[in-house]
Design a protein around this ligand. Structure first.
Ligand code: ADE
Length: 371
């Protein structure tokens, strides 16, 4: 049972996709945040342009909603070429790739989302395409079947994944540039929201400083994720339009987010249920992810990709050798003061081995839970 969440970083519907598309920056200059990656891309793009070569293959990993597809679009625009979009699960057999690959023009960009979900057969098939710009295709059938090699135009592959750990090392080694996208700082989200509020014509109505404070509140509650920030902006705009004659101020923004079940930390109902289950059912943990998922009736993949990264990053969750554990901070936030004290005591005595991915009992060789 996957719950529909307003803070989910997955795009929700076509209208929302269009809304995001219309606000999407088209050049690196208009792109806010991810400064190190932007700098690396500027240099690589300039070098490729000077040498009249395709850009090196790029692997982007990190939580959903941070702008991987946006960056792929920007890269194609900056190169003055086209972008072809596909995804790991959409490619089930080599013939699914032949048309896409043979249609690519010189220096075009091929974007494969969820690249960790490519089947081993497709992966093998891609290697000569990305290394030597050629593919083998089988023509004729039965006893006349034979394989011919087709040359491809030099192109750039951009692979995107939320699960860097699930990419084979053979695949990873074929990317010249690999970068982990990080959560945005509230200041960066505020800048994105200002830009998008302007594009949506939101200045009109209330006072500018009211709008600014409302956007600041949204930035603080967007879990470091531009896609969520834009979604919340849309909800607030609707609420302001229907209930407040279009005026956006912090009170209106707060009321709109309350209606959506989002608290002052940016946590939604699923986040709070997740934390509460660990507190109430498992006495603060440690507890395995599968047990939490079963108790909540949620998919463990959703919890691992969408709920946990932000809680981990904000110090509301620890992954220990024996499973997930609340931190004193999160126990307090959800109103479990006694538990917070007990967890603090454990921390002080060094009994809680809070730790990183490789301390996780469910972790595979890449440090991600195997499911
Ligand atoms: N809209 C969504 N993400 C953005 C970003 N990183 N910069 C500017 N606008 C955005």
């Amino acid at each position: 049972m996957a719950t529909e969440r307003i803070v989910s970083a997955q795009p929700r519907d076509t209208r929302e996709e269009q809304f995001n598309l219309s606000l999407r920056p088209e050049t690196l200059d208009a792109y806010i945040g991810q400064a190190r990656l932007v700098e690396k891309l500027r240099i690589a793009l300039e070098a490729a342009r000077q040498r009249k070569e395709p850009l090196e293959h790029v692997l982007l990993h990190g939580p959903p909603g941070l702008g991987k597809t946006t960056l792929a679009n920007i890269i194609a625009t900056e190169l003055g070429t086209h972008l072809s979009l596909t995804s790991g699960p959409a490619l089930t057999k080599p013939s699914d790739l032949v048309g896409t690959l043979t249609r690519l023009q010189p220096r075009d960009v091929l974007f494969i989302d969820e690249i960790h979900r490519l089947s081993p057969v497709i992966e093998e098939y891609l290697y000569p395409a990305i290394e030597d710009f050629r593919i083998d295709v089988t023509v004729d059938s039965g006893m006349h079947a034979r394989s011919i090699t087709l040359p491809l135009q030099p192109f750039t592959l951009i692979g995107a994944t939320t699960r860097a750990g699930l990419i084979t090392s053979a695949m990873r080694s074929r990317f010249g540039i690999a970068h982990n996208l990080e959560y945005y700082q509230p200041g960066e989200l505020l800048e994105i929201l200002r830009r998008n509020a302007r594009l949506l014509g939101l200045e009109e109505g209330g006072q500018t400083s009211d709008l600014e404070r409302a956007l600041s509140l949204l930035a603080d509650r967007s879990r470091g994720t531009p896609r969520i920030a834009n979604r919340l902006l849309r909800r607030v705009r609707d609420y302001a339009q229907v209930r407040h004659g279009g005026t956006v101020n912090p009170e209106v923004a707060d009321a709109a987010l309350c209606l959506e079940g989002i608290d002052d930390q940016g946590l939604d109902e699923l986040d709070r249920r997740y934390l509460r289950v660990i507190a109430e059912v498992y006495r603060g943990g440690p507890v395995g992810l599968e047990a939490i998922a079963a108790t909540l009736g949620e998919d463990s993949g959703t919890l691992e990709d969408v709920v946990e990264p932000f809680l981990l990053q904000r110090g509301m969750l620890a992954r220990t050798r024996r499973g997930r554990q609340l931190t004193p901070h999160s126990a307090k936030l959800i109103g479990f003061g006694d538990l917070a004290e007990r967890l603090s005591g454990l921390e002080d005595s060094g009994a809680a081995e809070t730790g990183l991915f490789d301390a996780d009992p469910d972790a595979n060789e890449h440090g991600r839970s195997s499911k």
